[in-house]
Design a protein around this ligand. Structure first.
Ligand SMILES: *Cc1c(COP(=O)(O)O)cnc(C)c1O
Length: 345
C-alpha cells in the first residue's frame, strides 16, 4: 500500500522554505557565519538551532533503534499531531476518526484546521476500539485514524490484534499515540513500522522522561511520510535549549528507568489504598502514570480536593466517563497526601 494518494495535493507539490542553515551543507567548523542576520556576540544561544536536529536525532535513533530518516521531532507531540493533520487532511473536505473517551487535542487540532471529526466510542466496559463500527463510519475522505494506546484518560492499552486489524483494513493513516508507552507492559508499535506503510507512532519526552517543560515530541514513520513532514514543519521548530537539554537528559537512561519503576510501584500502592475509600465505585486498570476512578459525585469530590489543595482532573463530561476522575501518580508523599485527604472526605 502506497500512502502517496493520501497526501494533500498542495503539500505534495510544495517547495519548502530553505533556511540559511539548510542551504549550507559543508563542514561548519572554523567558518564565519554572515548568512542568517544573527547577532554575532556569543552567548550560547545567539545562533539559530540545527533545523534537522542531527545530534539529538542520532541519540533518539540509537535509543529507539529507528533510523534517523524515519524520525521527525516536534515542539511537543501536539505539534507532530498538527503537522500530520495538515499533511493529509484537506480543510472542509477530509475527516479524521477518533475513539472517545480519548486525548482532547486530536479534536481541537482538527477543528483549528477545519477538518471534520468522526467519533466512534470505545467499547463500554473494556474501552477497546469497536473495529466494525470504525470501518463502517470511515468514508473515502477519512484520512487519519487516531489511536491512543495506552489511552488517556482511561489508562488501558488497546488489544494488539484489534489494532493490527485496523492497520490492515483502515484505508488511511493510523496514528498510534504512545505518550504513556514507557509505563506499559505492552510492546510499542515501533517494532512493527516496517510491516505497515500507513503506521505512524508518536511518542513524547513529556511523561516518563520527565521533560514536559522543554516540549519535545517524536514521530516515527516510513521515510516517505517523514520526508513530507520535514517539508512542512517550521524550519527551526526545536529550539537550541530544548536540543541541548534533551541530549543531556537522554544520557540518564538508568535514572528514567528507576523513576518509571517507582511510579509503577506507587501506582499499585495507590490502587490498593483507593480500594478502601467507600465513595470510590470503580478503579480502572492502568498501564500509565495515572489512574481513572469512578466515584459517587465527580464534581463534588473534585471541588473538595481543590479545597484541600489537591488538583486532579475531572473527566465526568467525557463519553463513558460519568463521575470519573483522573489521578496522576505523584511522589510517595504526594500520593499519601491524596489518600489521607480522600479518606477524610
Ligand atoms: C500528554 C499527552 C501527550 C503529550 O503531548 P506533548 O505535546 O508531547 O507534551 C500526547 N498525547 C497524549 C495522549 C497525552 O496524554
Amino acid at each position: 500500500m502506497s500512502i502517496q494518494h493520501l497526501i494533500r495535493p498542495s503539500i505534495k507539490s510544495l517547495k519548502p522554505y530553505a533556511s540559511a542553515r539548510d542551504e549550507f551543507k559543508g563542514n561548519k567548523e572554523h567558518l564565519t557565519f554572515l548568512d542568517a542576520n544573527e547577532n554575532p556576540f556569543e552567548n550560547g544561544i545567539n545562533r539559530y538551532p540545527d533545523p534537522q536536529q542531527k545530534e539529538l536525532k542520532a541519540v533518539i535513533s540509537k535509543l529507539k533503534n529507528i533510523p534517523v530518516e524515519q524520525i521527525l521531532l516536534g515542539n511537543g507531540s501536539d505539534e507532530v499531531l498538527d503537522l500530520l493533520i495538515r499533511m493529509f487532511c484537506e480543510p472542509n473536505i477530509d475527516n479524521i476518526l477518533i475513539l472517545p473517551p480519548t486525548y482532547g487535542m486530536y479534536e481541537v487540532l482538527a477543528n483549528i484546521n477545519a477538518v471534520e471529526v468522526l467519533k466512534i466510542n470505545l467499547s463500554e466496559s473494556a474501552f477497546q476500539p469497536q473495529n466494525t463500527a470504525v470501518l463502517n463510519t470511515a468514508s473515502a475522505n477519512s484520512k487519519i485514524l487516531f489511536l491512543c494506546s495506552p489511552n488517556n484518560p482511561t489508562g488501558n492499552s488497546f488489544e494488539a490484534d484489534r489494532v493490527e486489524f485496523l492497520l490492515k483494513n483502515f484505508k488511511g493513516i493510523v496514528v498510534i499515540d504512545e505518550a504513556y508507552i514507557d509505563f506499559s507492559n505492552e510492546e510499542s508499535w515501533l517494532s512493527r513500522l516496517k510491516e505497515f506503510p500507513n503506521l505512524v507512532v508518536v511518542q513524547t519526552l513529556s511523561k516518563a522522561y520527565g521533560m514536559a517543560g522543554i516540549r519535545l515530541g517524536m514521530c516515527f514513520a516510513s521515510e516517505a511520510i517523514i520526508a513530507t513532514l520535514n517539508k512542512i514543519k517550521p524550519p527551526y521548530n526545536i529550539n537550541e535549549l530544548t536540543q541541548i537539554s534533551a541530549i543531556e537528559q537522554l544520557q540518564k537512561a538508568d535514572l528514567v528507568q528507576s523513576q518509571i519503576m517507582s511510579l509503577i510501584n506507587e501506582r499499585e500502592l495507590l490502587v490498593r489504598s483507593l480500594d478502601q475509600v467507600a465513595f470510590i465505585k470503580k478503579i480502572y486498570p492502568s498501564n500509565t502514570n495515572f489512574v481513572m476512578i469512578k466515584v459517587d459525585d465527580a464534581s463534588k469530590r473534585y471541588q473538595q480536593l481543590i479545597e484541600n489543595g489537591i488538583v486532579i482532573r475531572n473527566r465526568t463530561t467525557q463519553p463513558l466517563c460519568e463521575n470519573c476522575l483522573r489521578l496522576t501518580i505523584g511522589t510517595t508523599e504526594e500520593n499519601m497526601k491524596l489518600i489521607e485527604t480522600l479518606k477524610q472526605l
